[in-house]
Design a protein around this ligand. Structure first.
Ligand SMILES: [Mg+2]
Length: 362
């Protein structure tokens, strides 16, 4: 019992809730891949993955033509085996985003089934460190916002109990970035974390220069200063600044994280459960980082990452970017500065099936 008897995938476009630009891109719409797996004991698990606007149909095609057919008849409880079977069947496109996103959607559906079958919430099944974790706000720190808007947003976030804010950097001059971060620090005082994120915009030399300009403002971490494939550049930057270097949202394999950690090139890791290929590899990244004394602050997807951050002892902060309001019936609970992991069995995301159907495009 518990074998997969039906597997389906579809694509849903979810409109962005606000304008979001950074130093290298804009969030156009959330292309959301849904996977539903039904087992012979009558349970259905739902998983999902996303892109910020391109490639969704390629992932859907990968799911329908290759990943899902290999699952039929598979024991849904044997998740490592299912993951490996799918991976082995698509080696020609791994490591890469299209296959990783497809794997993630399936893997999340398998974990949903595992938690439903256990009658337990994800945060406990995945490790069970503690039920709530601190959250920081990114939604009020986009690059297109004026300095006054950043300051007002940070003060509002502090009032709402967030322990930190993240501000996008990558303005044409180092002085402009420094002025914006300095204004926020002046406004919130010393008690709140301020993180910065360059979305891979700089060269190593420019990143070293900008980090030096930002050090006086006690920055919590410098996120994606350089292209993700430049491990040596991150290593050089990490050795030159007291600001922890944070990477991970653009990384698609456990081995990539291992290389950063082995070389001391990352002070924080930010795996994205969708881009890394699901909960199964996400947990491996978290445990690997723990062995190096590095905390995990995952990228985006707060509805699922709240449970994963709560599951592991080195999960430090959840990123607040609401993007599923239109297709869910209950929102992430943030109280007294903590994001609370859902308590009901399964992944704990209360999908609004009608709203999802309305937005289905393929
Ligand atoms: Mg980022």
């Amino acid at each position: 019992m518990a074998n997969v008897i039906r597997a389906s995938a579809y694509l849903v476009d979810i409109e962005v809730e606000t304008v979001r630009t950074d130093a290298s891109q804009a969030f156009l719409k959330q292309e959301t891949l849904f996977v539903e797996l039904t087992t012979d004991d009558g349970l259905t698990g739902t998983g999902y993955a996303y892109t910020i606007g391109t490639g969704g149909r390629a992932v859907l095609s990968m799911l329908r033509e290759h990943l899902l057919p290999s699952l039929t008849g598979h024991d849904s409880r044997a998740i490592e085996g299912a993951w490996r079977t799918m991976y082995d069947g698509t080696r020609a496109t791994m490591v890469g985003p299209i296959t990783a996103l497809g794997l993630a959607a399936v893997d999340l559906a398998l974990w949903d089934l595992r938690c439903l079958r256990a009658g337990e919430p994800l945060w406990r099944v995945a490790g069970g460190h503690r039920p709530a974790v601190p959250a920081y706000d990114t939604e009020r720190g986009w690059l297109q916002l004026a300095e006054g808007e950043l300051v007002a947003g940070a003060l509002q976030a502090r009032e709402q109990g967030f322990s930190g804010v993240k501000i996008k950097i990558g303005k044409p001059t180092a002085g402009e970035d420094a002025a914006r971060i300095g204004a926020v620090r002046d406004a919130v005082g010393p008690g709140m974390e301020i993180m910065v994120d360059a979305n891979q915009a700089f060269t190593p030399a420019e990143a070293v220069r900008r980090a030096a300009r930002l050090e006086p403002f006690d920055v919590g971490w410098f996120e994606e200063p350089l292209p993700a494939d430049d491990v040596a550049g991150h290593e050089r930057l990490a050795a030159s600044t007291a600001i922890p270097v944070a990477v991970g949202e653009s990384m698609y394999s456990l081995a990539h994280f291992r290389e950063y950690l082995q070389r001391g090139a990352a002070g924080i890791v930010q795996p994205d459960v969708s881009r890394i290929g699901g909960i199964t590899p996400w947990l491996k990244v978290a445990h690997l980082a723990e062995a190096f004394g590095v905390d995990v602050c995952p990228h985006f997807l707060m509805e699922i990452h709240v449970s994963l951050t709560a599951a592991v002892p080195n999960g430090r902060l959840v990123e607040y970017i609401p993007q599923l309001r239109a297709v869910t019936t209950r929102q992430l609970t943030i109280a007294d500065g903590f994001a609370h992991a859902p308590r009901e069995p399964g992944l704990g995301i209360s999908w609004d099936r009608d709203a999802i159907d309305d937005r289905r495009v393929a």
